[in-house]
Ligand binder design. Structure first.
Ligand SMILES: [Zn+2]
Length: 262
């Protein structure tokens, strides 16, 4: 495949096993990235079907509706098998081929083990890391549909909230999603086959609480937590510490500007 026949290069690609995972984990951030002008793609590793409540057709229609709600221009299904997703060479080749085709600058991988939910989640984490490594390998073009080797420069994790491990990430950061959280919930709601009224209400409570907690830790109303496999590199201590806050110290009256417990 020649360079000119390839699709436009993406700034950010987010990857998870099932359509609806990324909406729940980082839908607010994906919608925000689009608003900020970045080229964003979603890679679903599987169709997410079968499930007790869905069909292939309804799930595809729901994923497409959710994509539109978030404003993400591209959603690719890697067509690996749901429920029996396993890390292994063939699945790594397929995802790495998509990396070599879309050449993302940043890959966000849904990360962690979910002991009471699908084992696909952790396998997707492993496949994502391995495919990122494989994507750059030379002398193996036949395994990647003839695409050119491509090194994905940056890897970001978006951790599952019920990870079985207490992970000690090298560093974490929170993206302010206060202005996109409604879009996020609307996108999750698009999966009506998975979340009826009662299940959606429970999920909204859990996800909203987690986003409220993580946001509050950083001075935002709502935030989504991410992690890096290395420390945050900073060219500017002040900019890193202030983040999106004003770059001059705010004039907050003593006793008024802190959280009750922090
Ligand atoms: Zn899932």
């Amino acid at each position: 495949m020649s360079e000119t026949s390839l699709p436009e290069r993406l700034d950010v690609v987010a990857i998870a096993p099932h359509p609806d995972d990324l909406e729940i984990l980082c839908g607010g951030t994906l919608a925000k990235l689009v608003k900020q002008g970045y080229k964003v793609g979603i890679f679903d590793l599987t169709s997410g079907e079968p499930t007790p409540r869905g069909t292939l057709e309804t799930r595809q229609a729901e994923a497409e509706a959710a994509r539109k709600i978030l404003g993400v221009p591209l959603r690719v299904n890697i067509q690996l098998p749901n429920r029996v997703l396993m890390d292994g060479p063939e699945n790594r080749f397929k995802l790495a081929t998509a990396f070599r085709t879309y050449r993302p600058g940043i890959v966000i991988i849904a990360a962690g083990r979910t002991p009471a939910a699908s084992p696909d989640h952790y396998q997707g984490h492993l496949i994502g890391e391995a495919a990122r490594f494989y994507s750059q390998l030379t002398k193996w073009d036949d395994r990647f549909a003839g695409t050119t080797p491509y090194r994905v420069p940056h890897l970001v994790y978006v951790p599952y909230p019920f990870d079985a491990e207490s992970r000690h990430w090298h560093s974490t950061f929170v993206v302010d999603i206060s202005d996109t959280i409604d879009q996020k919930f609307e996108a999750i709601r698009a999966y009506a086959s998975q979340f009826d009224e009662e299940r959606f209400a429970r999920l909204k409570h859990m996800v909203g609480s987690a986003n409220g907690y993580n946001g509050a830790r950083c001075g935002f109303r709502y935030g989504e937590l991410f992690a890096l496999p290395h420390p945050v590199g900073s060219p500017d201590l002040v900019a890193t510490v202030y983040g999106s806050k004003p770059t001059t110290p705010p004039d907050i009256p003593v006793g008024k500007g802190h959280q009750p417990m922090g």
